[in-house]
Ligand binder design. Structure first.
Ligand code: BTN
Length: 260
């Protein structure tokens, strides 16, 4: 029996109807991948991760219950390349849920960081297990800083929590459930239609569009103006007078003035 009870807030059909809550694990994404025989939509929540993982091989600090660290196990009947931009849908679900519940104006930094007060509130890491090009499962990992008041030195200038930004304390259960409620609606539509129906709402909530940014690859840093995100979830930028399209696997984006 789980002692985190999200069911009282949940309106989903199947996502989050099975919850595995664990005090401590290496990473809820890794746990979900080890438990890939669990039912579609199972959610793995940990109070603490000893080896939480972020994008681009970075670690994700999640050493106590001050945040919500969880992963959704999904088993869509799709090829993995058809799911490349699912990560944007997760970002959109998180921003909609946080803004509704906490009455704030959080935004998405393309592709899926959630930003509040120009600082990072939440990160998303989607990973897949693939067999002959077919997706056996996709794991969407979400980390949200909720009650943290003091961050480790290395992220203290770029991170925020709901407690710091809103001065209020929100429950992990409620936030988790509201995200899953938003996510299931978007996900069902995404499986049928890709980003076509959700991209305009994504763009309205995307802080990167209209910003001067630096595109960072392992070869170079290139200044650019972000102008749009297309139906494939790629960022469209103008750099040196040329319009280019970049995908989230290829580059990371930095603001020219601070993190965003
Ligand atoms: C990022 O912005 O770099 C992504 C961070 C993702 C962190 C979450 S916490 C739950 C899940 N388990 C992990 O190891 N990572 C994700």
């Amino acid at each position: 029996m789980s002692d985190i009870d999200i069911s009282k807030y949940l309106t989903t059909e199947y996502i989050g109807r099975n919850v595995v809550h664990i005090k401590s694990t290496d990473s809820t994404n890794s746990l979900a991948k080890r438990e890939l025989n669990s039912e579609n939509g199972t959610v793995f929540i940990a109070d603490c991760q000893t080896a939480g993982r972020g994008r681009n091989g970075k670690s994700w600090i999640s050493k106590n219950e001050e945040g919500l660290w969880f992963s959704i196990l999904l088993k869509p009947d799709k090829k993995v390349k058809e799911l490349a931009n699912l990560t944007l849908v997760v970002g959109l679900a998180v921003v909609k849920a946080i803004n509704k519940l906490c009455n704030v104006n959080a935004m998405i930094k393309w592709p899926n960081d959630i930003i509040l007060d120009d600082r990072k509130l939440c990160g998303v890491l989607c990973e897949s297990v693939v067999n002959n090009g077919h997706c056996e499962c996709i794991v969407c990992g979400i980390g949200i800083n909720i009650l943290t008041t003091c961050f480790d030195e290395e992220i203290s200038k770029i991170a925020t929590s709901l407690k710091i930004s809103t001065k209020s304390e929100y429950s992990r259960e409620e936030i988790c459930a509201i995200i899953l409620n938003e996510f299931e609606v978007l996900y069902i539509d995404y499986l049928e239609n890709g980003l076509k129906n959700s991209i305009s709402e994504y763009c309205k909530n995307c802080i990167t569009i209209g910003k001067e940014i630096s595109l960072v690859t392992n070869k170079e840093n290139k200044k650019a103006l972000a102008i749009d995100v297309n139906n494939d979830g790629e960022l469209i930028v103008v750099s040196d007078g040329e319009t280019i399209t970049v995908s989230s696997g290829e580059v990371s984006v930095r603001g020219l003035m601070g993190y965003v």
